[in-house]
Design a binder for this molecule. Structure first.
Ligand code: BES
Ligand code: MN
Ligand code: ZN
Length: 490
């Protein structure tokens, strides 16, 4: 599991600068102005920083961009990174700067001369998130990739102390999600995933693991049908964080398909290795639970994840099978590769029956169609409640996590008609993400505020994003944490 470095906010110490190792980061004003720390670095390097900020190259730089002065004379540091900023470091700019620093962060130390700028917590968070690397399975390279210390020198360190705990809570939640999503499926089995969720007990989360016998008693035959071809036992993990008194909780529900071969409707070989990330929804739910517990949120949130593996086997489910869900409806299985909705429908129903939540949000790497519609920039958002949906979209926008609402409607719902059962689980190729959402909505109770997030395109990506190197993004942890902070806490 990946460690998160705790950033140290300390008082500006001018005499320590010449001996600092690794990288020193200087924030220079758009007009080339330098604060006290920057001026000392400039003096030590015999005017190298001033030469840069007075150059045409500097005036051509945009706010948030960085130029590196490598192997500067008279410093122990291997580089001075000069970042152009504006007079005021807005949260967005602070994240941009932090990401630029994080992308350069090597195994050495990083010292940021933050001075009296605002939003340095956002800078530190972005730095930590952008410098993430999943190295657990790189034999012998562990010490080569372990990151150094992060120090932020400021004028008033006391003021920053409380925000460091927040930064750590968010970073650790996002990193937990990324580690889960990155982990290969021979390691992250249903049993291992459940064990990692149980690890949240350390932070005071109540965690319960429902085993196959329990799920059978509850009647979750849609979920069990998906896992019946696998050697890994199907499980539902229930995590509870009750920090908010006696109001009804928010329920988060995640798709946790630890590997999706497609089952008997088997997927083509090319790219199938990507389906190790098909537990991304469950990964986000677990990461959010970690973040809110770590920051002791005054909110009631329950997280439920359905953990299964979708395998072809003599015991596997077949196309044409008819199963009875926990709700009692019968479903005709058309394509065993549309397994996520079969897992979610039972967990959604169980979450509502057991917790009578104030609202439900589910997350799932549900459809390839969502990737076709929105690419890797936005998750698909579906909701039956405009106010709830708007609150989520606003939180996502503030966190710069792409999210785009798509429609629901009776005409789409009709496509799920079945000849033999109450309904079928797929509606054909047109509007594939919407018909998947319609299927889920059939398991949402009347008047229950609900948001479905299709994260197939954003959970794990093939190129770097603003706050993550290519690979698992942890998309949604920050948006949901913010939604909880803004709407569930008082
Ligand atoms: N896990 C996949 C969806 C997916 C695709 C996630 C690409 C991430 C990237 C899901 O279980 C699936 O296979 N969906 C099918 C549904 C179809 C059979 C109706 C799909 O999208 O093709
Ligand atoms: Mn599938
Ligand atoms: Zn899947």
């Amino acid at each position: 599991m990946t460690d998160v470095t705790r950033p140290d906010f300390t008082l500006l110490d001018l005499d320590a600068l010449s001996e600092a190792t690794g990288r020193i980061v200087v924030l220079a004003g758009g007009d080339g102005s330098l604060d006290k720390g920057a001026r000392r670095v400039n003096r030590l390097t015999k005017g190298a920083v001033a030469r840069l900020v007075e150059s045409e190259a500097f005036s051509d730089m945009k706010a948030g961009e960085m130029t590196t002065l490598a192997w500067p004379a008279n410093l122990a540091a291997e580089a001075v990174d000069v970042v152009k900023v504006e007079k005021r470091l807005t949260p967005d700019l602070a994240r941009k700067v932090g990401a630029a620093i994080g992308a350069k962060r090597g195994k050495g130390d990083t010292l940021v001369l933050g001075g009296s700028h605002k939003n340095l917590d956002q800078l530190a968070l972005a730095l930590l998130l952008r410098s993430y690397a999943f190295t657990d399975h790189k034999t012998g390279e562990k010490d080569k990739v372990t990151k150094g210390a992060v120090t932020v020198m400021v004028n008033q360190p006391e003021a920053w102390k409380p925000t460091v705990d927040e930064v750590m809570a968010v970073a650790e939640g996002v990193v937990m999600t990324r580690d889960l999503v990155s982990e290969p499926s021979n390691i992250l089995t249903t049993t291992e995933f459940a064990a990692r969720a149980v690890g949240l007990k350390e932070l005071g989360v109540k965690v319960e693991v429902l085993e196959e016998a329990d799920l059978d008693k509850l009647g979750m035959r849609a979920l069990l049908g998906v896992g019946q071809g696998s050697e890994s036992p199907s499980k539902v993990v229930v995590m509870e964080w009750m920090g908010g008194g006696d109001e009804a909780p928010l329920a988060l529900v995640g798709k946790g398909v630890v590997f999706d071969t497609g089952g008997i409707s088997i997927k083509p070989a090319a790219g199938m290795e990507d389906m190790t990330m098909d537990m991304g929804g469950a990964g986000v739910v677990t990461g959010v639970m970690k973040t809110i517990a770590a920051r002791k949120a005054k909110a009631n949130v329950v997280g439920l994840i359905g953990l299964v593996e979708n395998m072809p086997d003599g015991k596997a489910q077949r196309p044409g099978d008819i199963v009875t869900t926990m709700k009692g409806d019968t479903v005709e299985v058309i394509n065993t590769d549309a397994e996520g909705r079969m897992v979610l429908c039972d967990v959604l129903w169980y979450a509502q029956e057991r917790f009578k939540p104030a609202g439900v949000i589910d997350l799932a790497t549900l459809t390839g169609a969502c990737v076709i519609a929105l690419g890797h920039e936005n998750a698909g958002v579906f909701s039956n409640d405009d106010d709830f949906c708007k609150a989520f979209l606003k939180a996502a926008e503030t966190e710069e996590e792409g999210a785009w609402r798509l429609p629901l409607g009776a005409a789409y719902d009709k496509l799920l008609k079945s000849e033999k059962a109450d309904f079928k689980h797929v509606g054909g190729r047109p509007a594939g993400s919407i018909t998947a959402a319609q299927f889920l909505q059939r398991f949402i109770k009347e008047d229950m505020p609900w948001i479905h997030l299709d994260i197939a395109g954003v959970a794990d990506v093939k190129s770097d994003t603003d706050l993550a190197p290519k690979g698992a993004t942890g998309w949604g942890v920050r948006a949901l944490n913010r939604l909880i902070a803004e709407t569930c806490e008082h």
